[in-house]
Design a protein around this ligand. Structure first.
Ligand code: SAH
Length: 345
């Protein structure tokens, strides 16, 4: 028997082709695309298909994706953190967040990560594999069903380095944007990178309207290499140049993420360097109080220091905010739930 084809994560075009190859009219492909990207997982639920067609589809295909293994809900701010299981037994996390402007979903792009940042829980076990476009999209669909609410902002800031999985990321962004799917505006999507310069250039070219966030974490080249090994391949100087180019080419503001690690990147000198090096770049600095990951042995600088630093940057004309700590009570960030998977059962 032929193996069933997984339709989750196929583009509208690919589904049209699938329908045609199955001897059906191309508009069936369009209907499939609509259903799948509404979160429908069974052909039985596709009520505008005849019984015969549903059975035929059942025989030749299925709609894969992710399965919720665990949900943690923060009763104070409504944040829901998901542990999702993949078909091959790997797992990833996703986070549903409520903001004043709407609901946002934080998507993982890889199971694990090979960037090796010293402060990050996702780095501890290395990379298992890339996620498919369907596995990324379905985190959102399953999240929406569980939350009983729609998502209208997407941030690719979960586990993984999105530019280490560019082709699937691209497909995912296109599927989410498609008018027959969730129809999410590119302006409501943000991709966060540890600083892979060729990825920054590709994103600017393919998706000039998608927001870009770059994890900076230090403005001292040697220090940055120490906490983010990716800096050895794409050093700070070149990264800042690529960031400047990005803002000029797209006309968009870039976000710099800066997680505050006690004694490592939070000194007076660090703030001075930020002011100096970021001056003139159309940017916004997002200071992140470090989420403590015990295994790393690192501590955060504390919210008070983060606020002081934000104030100093603002005074120097650099837009800066301190990230809200959503889901603080539920290991709300950065691979911590996946790491604890073994102890959760
Ligand atoms: N690989 C991408 C996206 C995933 S990480 C990137 O590096 O940007 C998303 C953000 O969370 C990054 O800014 C990352 O540096 C930050 N982060 C990772 N571990 C953290 C921790 N323990 N506390 C606070 N922020 C963390």
């Amino acid at each position: 028997m032929k193996e069933k084809k997984n339709l989750q994560g196929l583009t509208a075009e690919e589904l049209k082709k699938f329908a045609a190859d199955a001897g059906e009219a191309p508009f069936r492909g369009r209907q499939l695309f609509k259903w799948i990207n509404k979160g429908e997982k069974s052909f039985e639920g596709m009520t505008d298909f005849s019984k015969e067609l549903r059975r035929k589809l059942e025989d030749m295909a299925y709609i894969g994706g992710v399965k919720i293994l665990r949900i943690q809900r923060d009763p104070h701010d409504g944040t829901m953190k998901f542990l999702f299981g993949l078909e091959d037994g790997n797992s990833v996390e996703g986070v549903f967040m409520k903001y004043r402007y709407g609901n946002s979903f934080c998507v993982s792009s890889q199971a694990g990560c090979r960037m090796g940042c010293t402060f990050c829980a996702s780095a501890l076990k290395g990379l298992a594999r890339n996620l498919t476009a369907g596995e990324m999209a379905d985190q959102i669909y399953e999240g929406e069903k569980a939350a009983g609410e729609k998502v209208n902002h997407i941030v690719v800031m979960g586990t993984g380095e999105p530019f280490d999985n560019y082709d699937n990321l691209k497909k995912f962004l296109e599927i989410l944007h498609h008018p027959d799917g969730k129809n999410i505006s590119y302006r409501n999507m943000t991709v966060s990178t540890s600083g892979i310069i060729p990825g920054i250039r590709k994103l600017a070219e393919d998706f000039p309207q998608v927001n870009l966030a770059v994890s900076l974490h230090s403005l001292i080249d040697r220090k940055r290499s120490e906490i983010m090994p990716v800096n050895r391949a794409y050093p700070l100087e070149e990264l800042l140049e690529a960031a400047r180019e990005y803002t000029q080419g797209t006309g968009r503001r870039i976000t710099f993420e800066y997680a505050l690690i006690k004694g490592q990147n939070d000194s007076v000198k660090d703030v001075e360097l930020m002011k100096e090096r970021l001056a003139g770049i159309n940017c916004h600095v997002n200071l992140i109080p470090l989420n403590r990951v015990e295994e790393t042995g690192l501590w955060g600088s504390g919210r008070k220091r983060a606020e002081e630093m934000a104030k100093e940057l603002e005074a120097a004309g650099i837009a800066a905010t301190v990230r809200r700590e959503l889901g603080r009570n539920i290991d709300g960030a950065c691979g911590q739930l996946r790491l604890k998977k073994e102890t959760l059962k």
